[in-house]
Design a protein around this ligand. Structure first.
Ligand code: GLN
Length: 280
């Protein structure tokens, strides 16, 4: 490369060009990843030139993002409820919606000394780990049917130094004769024919973590039906679901014998989590 080389190499120029393609925030994140600089270093070195390796790396990262690959998969991490979690194509990217479920569980657990908690379909481990962080005295079990997802969840647990019992299997199968004080889950809940499945980040996420039958309720029905066999007296269940499923999920909970059935909105005001409690 000579001085006549027209390829832009200044950090500021690269940031500007990237911003036009993917927005300033994401361009900055990708430039940090390509250069290894922190945000502060990037600002301080505004007029510095990058090496050709850094330029190639940045161009390739930008290309992947422009193809629609989720930024969380490119970077390999996503922040959830104050925890930095590793994520990849084997797991759903943790959403702020799911923090509503975690907050609700934290409130409910506040009065319990050493509760046992079951997280069904843990994926990256987001819910189980956020609860483990909030309640170090809780005994937490998390299940996933995907070995790749479970390995990522275990890795996250190790990285964060949080203790969770990770089990492989389909919903309640690995805990056949066991009962818990609280069952939480963000199961797949999108209808098989939903056009959103081909749009945005969702198009790159594992279908098995998203789709659940013709109305999106197959897994929620299954979990609710079996939950009473796996709850202690007064035990509770909290389930995330789709924007239009609160009524159906509450009906299912009531039909199955749950009391205090209700729904809680997420930060955007959508009823996102429904819950119920078993009688003693
Ligand atoms: N909340 C996700 C979405 O709509 C779906 C997650 C799920 O199916 N559990 O993008």
């Amino acid at each position: 490369m000579t001085h006549a080389d027209p390829t832009p190499r200044k950090l500021s120029t690269l940031l500007q060009e990237g911003s036009a393609a993917v927005g300033r925030l994401e361009a900055r994140i990708l430039l940090q990843l390509a250069t290894g600089y922190t945000h502060a270093e990037l600002i301080a070195r505004d007029h510095h030139e990058v090496t050709s390796e850094q330029l190639t790396h940045y161009t390739s990262l930008l290309g992947r993002r422009k193809q629609g690959e989720p930024i969380a998969y490119i970077v390999g991490t996503r922040e959830f409820h104050g925890l930095n979690l590793c994520v990849g194509p084997a797991v759903l990217i943790p959403r702020p919606d799911t923090e509503t479920l975690v907050d609700l569980a934290i409130d409910w657990l506040a009065s319990k000394a050493a509760p046992s908690i079951l997280d069904l379909g843990t994926g990256s481990g987001a819910i189980a780990l956020a609860l483990a962080k909030a309640y170090p005295h809780a005994r937490i079990t998390a299940i996933d049917a995907s070995t790749a997802a479970l390995n990522m969840a275990k890795h996250n647990g190790q990285q964060l130094g949080l203790d969770v019992e990770w089990l492989h299997g389909n919903w309640f199968e690995p805990v056949a004769a066991r009962r818990f004080d609280l069952i939480v889950s963000n199961p797949p809940y999108i209808a098989a024919a939903d056009p959103h499945l081909t749009q945005g980040d969702v198009a790159h996420e594992p279908l098995s973590a998203l789709v659940s039958g013709h109305d999106g309720l197959d897994d929620l029905r299954h979990i609710i039906q079996l939950a009473p066999e796996h709850l202690t007296p007064n035990g509770a269940i909290m389930l995330e679901h789709g924007y239009d499923q609160a009524t159906s999920v509450c009906q299912l909970l009531a039909q199955t014998g749950f009391n205090n059935v209700g729904s809680t909105p997420d930060l955007t005001g959508i009823l996102r989590v429904s819950h119920g409690q078993l009688a003693s």
